[in-house]
Design a protein around this ligand. Structure first.
Ligand code: ADP
Length: 351
């Protein structure tokens, strides 16, 4: 399977372009605002400065017609005023240019940071979607390729016996069953991703009993005993079919990943505002490094993958998690290699 290896996802690198473009757009907005204020500050400060000069003019030359000496003083004064005005204007311009350069640099960094932050969830969703499609195609291809090669080999035999033909058909049927299970899993995931849940009062005992009934045949095959334990008559709000499905997934895994003649305990307990359903097994457990991934779609721990007889696509826990999420609950796990696993579904009790 592709997980764990470097997967080159086409289109992902293209997503880096928009972050520069978006950063450019943010920076353009910041600079437009900054330049607008700078232009106003420039105009206002020069107006104010001019007003100050005019008041001084009024005080010093109160409308008396100029004599020679006075005219000289007035001319000198005007020249000095013009120099000061130009000086003040230059200083304002330099200050505003420096401020805008600072905003350009600071705004550039900030814009890039903001653009990355804005696009990160979109990138992640895109990456997850691409990986999902790659994983799904890979899983679909495996049984199809197996069927194709088996059929080709059989057709090349000049005298195919009836027994051989039957065995081929049986093998084809097995692969078809795998494909059907896979497509059902995919369909269920897609329904859950866009769905909502019924919210009715449901008895936890009812959910647990229905789930046990569903996994009993496979548990009996491995001589595994399933014990229901814990408080009776607990109630949660939700959709009974989906909640049963989630518990079935946990029980089914407990049976699949446990050796023969072991025990699985399914219990329920109430805390203040939650009800927790726990499925505990004495199976081979899960490595700490694998624990964070087991709820991901298509993830199968190495131990499960290497055992060819353990069927599955790594969709079960992802489906269970989606169901629990839609109920506003949490699904957690505690496990260690050789020490068994404990999966807990914690659901809020709505009044
Ligand atoms: P599947 O069982 O189809 O492989 P799941 O999504 O149900 O997929 O489980 C993902 C992986 O988590 C399994 O492949 C297995 O490695 C691990 N796992 C789940 N439940 C258990 C368990 N009770 N004991 C040990 N490993 C488990």
């Amino acid at each position: 399977l592709l997980r764990g290896k470097e997967v080159n996802i086409p289109g992902l690198e293209k997503l880096h372009m928009p972050s520069t473009k978006l950063a450019g757009l943010y920076l353009a907005i910041i600079m437009a605002i900054s330049l607008f204020f700078s232009a106003n500050v420039y105009q206002l400060s020069l107006q104010e400065f001019n007003r100050g000069l005019m008041i001084r003019n009024d005080v010093i030359t109160p409308g008396i017609p100029g004599t020679g000496a006075l005219e000289l003083i007035q001319n000198k004064l005007q020249a000095e005023q013009a120099r000061r005005y130009a000086d003040a204007r230059d200083r304002v311009v330099v200050r505003l240019v420096l401020i805008n350069l600072g905003i350009l640099v600071g705004g550039g960094v900030l814009s890039y940071y903001l653009a990355r932050r804005t696009l990160r969830p979109i990138e992640e969703a895109h990456e997850a979607q691409s990986r999902f499609t790659a994983d799904a195609s890979h899983e679909l291809r495996t049984p199809l390729a197996a069927m194709q090669s088996e059929n080709e080999v059989a057709l090349m035999k000049p005298n195919l016996t009836l027994a051989e033909a039957k065995s081929l058909l049986n093998s084809n049927l097995e692969e078809l069953a795998r494909l059907t299970a896979l497509s059902e899993g995919l369909l269920r995931l897609s329904q859950l991703e866009h769905g909502t849940m019924d919210h009715q009062r449901v008895a936890v005992d009812d959910i647990v009993q229905r789930a046990i009934d569903r996994v009993l045949p496979s548990a009996e095959k491995k001589h595994i005993l399933i014990h229901p334990k814990g408080a009776k008559r607990l109630q949660v709000t939700g959709d009974v079919t989906s909640l049963t499905e989630a518990v079935v997934i946990l029980l089914d895994n407990a049976v699949k990943y446990s050796p023969e003649k072991t025990e699985v305990v399914v219990s329920a307990r109430k805390e203040q505002r939650t009800v927790t359903i726990t499925v505990r097994d004495n199976g081979h457990g899960i490595k700490a490094s694998e624990l964070p991934h087991i709820f991901d779609r298509f993830y199968r721990a190495d131990a499960a993958r290497s055992k060819q007889n353990v069927s599955g696509y790594g969709l079960g826990l992802a489906i269970a998690k989606n169901i629990v999420d839609l109920h506003g609950g949490k699904i957690t796990v505690q496990s260690a290699p050789g020490a068994g696993s404990e999966f807990m579904i914690t659901l809020p009790v709505r009044v």
